[in-house]
Design a protein around this ligand. Structure first.
Ligand SMILES: [Zn+2]
Ligand SMILES: [Zn+2]
Length: 442
């Protein structure tokens, strides 16, 4: 590699940097074909044209530069920033993805020891954090689909690579979601296939920990998914409903407050079983989870998700109660306290939710009442007494009781979502499997 001095730019190179900011892709293309332009030239701060394009959020420019041989891992910037770091800082998801696809290394650190994902988290670009931490190129999986060394058969049958890759790259680590993904693919949802998959994930986990630039996040993710797969295998071995029974066990809430104890225990157990006890990430996770009583916050799921995907403080985003998918918007119309992606998720949850829905409804109504009280108090103190509002508040308690009692007996309480009630009967009458929820509460 020719060592290039920073800031010694040919006039055309200076022009290129300007065009990246303000010009067109055509202009940049013309300049790049000039003999005087080095695609990896460095400005006085050690920034390459690709870094400029990434930072300025110019996806087309980035693609053009990469086609012209831009080095995605150039590390000559004065503060050790890479193109991926600039992309992540800019918050542009497409550019972050493009850098990763071009082979950007995720574990390189800047001059103060921060990776691109950590820098993005620091400035609040959480989508980019997620993209970086979950990037796992398909080629890394395809490696296992060819026989290696003395093996006669590949460790992973090629037909499983696609479905497995889909699960590996998911950003939703909710155990129910993972089991759902397995369950919806007939190729995966059987013992032999899952067994091959979890062994490959264990190998990837080991590789992540033993490679020079250790990736504890990916290692933990692989290990965790491997554990869920092993749970799937256990359930496939016994029981009639198999994976559906596992999903029910994971969702089954305890009598007192509906908290899914088995799910919490499964996640905690998976974390604890991480085979590299010296790993910093493991120690952090255990420290966060160990003092928390089961049923209190934070849940093991939220701690794990935060550690692996870097999602912090998603206050304005709602997650599905059943599968943890982001952006759920369908509320239980009775209690208004739980939220789902769709009717399927609501149906799946109803067998256990129905036991606490009425209680939650009371909690919700109490909250609404308090809010109304606070509001009316505020209006009074503001000197703008709203008679109708205060009268509505007076009349509320009686009316609410009526509604609650009706909800106890009547069928039509899940408004506009009658199916869950239909399925309530179906699910409610289904026999509980011995390996199911009861076992979970041992
Ligand atoms: Zn869902
Ligand atoms: Zn409800």
């Amino acid at each position: 590699m020719v060592h290039m001095k920073k800031g010694e730019l040919a006039p055309e190179e200076k022009e290129l940097l300007e065009v990246i900011g303000k010009g067109t892709v055509q202009e940049a293309g013309t300049l790049l074909s000039s003999k005087n332009v080095r695609v990896n030239c460095l400005d006085e701060n050690g920034m390459t044209p690709l870094m400029h394009a990434a930072y300025k959020g110019k996806l087309d420019m980035c693609r053009l530069l990469l086609r012209h041989g831009a080095d995605v891992n150039c590390h000559q910037h004065e503060h050790g920033y890479t193109a991926l770091m600039f992309a992540a800082l800019s918050g542009n998801k497409d550019i972050t993805w493009a850098m990763l696809e071009a082979g950007a290394e995720t574990d390189v650190v800047n001059s103060v020891g921060r990776t691109a994902a950590q820098m993005a988290a620091f400035v609040g670009q959480h989508d980019c954090v997620t993209i970086i931490n979950n990037f796992f190129p398909r080629e890394r999986l395809d490696y296992y689909t060819k026989p290696q060394g003395l093996d006669k058969d590949p460790k992973l049958p090629p037909k499983l690579a696609g479905p497995l890759h889909k699960i590996i790259t998911t950003t939703n680590l909710h155990p129910v979601k993972i089991v759902m993904l397995v369950n919806e693919n007939p190729l995966l949802a059987e013992e032999a296939a899952l067994s091959k998959c979890y062994k490959v994930m264990d190998l990837i986990c080991e590789k992540c920990m033993k490679q020079r630039d250790m990736n504890e996040i990916l290692a933990m993710k692989m290990h965790y998914i491997s554990c869920i797969f092993q749970k799937c295998i256990t359930f496939l071995k016994d029981g009639e409903n198999k994976l559906d029974a596992l999903i029910r066990s994971l969702l089954k809430g305890r009598a007192s407050d509906g908290f899914p104890v088995y799910q919490e225990k499964i996640i905690r157990e998976s974390i604890r079983k991480f085979p590299y006890c010296e790993a910093t990430l493991l120690q952090q996770l255990v420290q966060s989870i160990a003092p928390v009583e089961i049923g209190s916050d934070p849940t093991a799921f939220s701690v794990l998700t935060q550690a692996i995907t870097g999602q912090v403080g998603f206050v304005d985003v709602e997650f599905c109660t059943t599968c943890g998918e982001k952006g759920a918007s369908k509320r239980c119309s009775v209690c208004k306290m739980v939220i789902y992606c769709d009717q399927t998720c609501q149906k799946t949850h109803w067998f256990t939710h129905k036991k606490i829905c009425k209680n939650l409804k009371e909690v919700y109504e109490k909250q609404q009442l308090e809010a109304a009280k606070a509001k009316s108090h505020k209006e009074n103190t503001d000197g703008k007494l709203d008679v109708s509002a205060s009268r509505a508040y007076e009349e509320q308690p009686g009316a609410e009781v009526g509604v609650t009692q009706e909800a106890c007996s009547a069928q039509g309480c899940v408004e506009g979502e009658k199916e869950p009630l239909g399925s309530e009967a179906a699910l409610g009458s289904a026999p509980e499997t011995p390996a199911g929820p009861q076992a979970a509460e041992e």
